[in-house]
Design a protein around this ligand. Structure first.
Ligand code: THU
Length: 155
């Protein structure tokens, strides 16, 4: 059964978004000049951040969310079964030094799939906060990627 973790309060949301914005400042995005940051809140209260990492071979570039997922699944907590519960995700992006001041930045399709891996391993449907000039959009991951294919399909 998938758990629907309660939505953290506005203070927790703003704190997580602040960590995403700080992560965006560490992006390596010399080609697009679009700096993205992601912050993933786990059930034990820990936060894992990521920033986009581009490459001179453009198509090899890694998104911020994917970098954060790679950190979680390769981290000390271990992979399958030990990844922990993904409670919330904050994503922001924009030109250097001004994240969240343009169009709302939601996770790209590939990143939704990457986030689903952690979510499904831990059995949660996390809330996803997407930053933008119009405010913070709030959605469940399952709304962004309905009927997702995941580790459960291979069990
Ligand atoms: N990007 C992300 O990091 N996450 C997303 O969800 C959307 C796109 C990055 C990829 C690339 O480095 C830059 O933003 C412009 O597409």
């Amino acid at each position: 059964m998938t758990q629907i973790p309660p939505i953290p309060d506005d203070g927790a949301r703003d704190a997580l978004m602040a960590q995403a914005r700080a992560a965006a400042a560490r992006a390596y995005a010399p080609y697009s000049k679009f700096h993205v940051g992601a912050a993933l809140l786990m059930g034990d209260g820990s936060v894992v951040t990521g920033a986009n990492v581009e490459n001179a071979s453009y198509g090899l570039s890694l998104c911020a969310e994917t970098v954060a997922v790679a950190k979680i699944l390769s981290g000390a907590q271990g992979a399958a079964g030990g990844a922990g519960q993904l409670v919330a995700v904050a994503v922001t992006g924009g030109v250097a030094g001004a994240p969240g001041q343009g169009m709302t930045v939601t996770p790209c399709g590939r990143c939704r799939q990457m986030l689903n891996e952690v979510a499904q391993l831990g059995g949660t449907d996390p809330v996803v906060w997407s930053d933008g000039a119009d405010g913070i959009l709030e959605e469940r991951l399952s709304t962004l990627i309905p009927h997702a294919f995941g580790p459960a399909n291979l069990a």
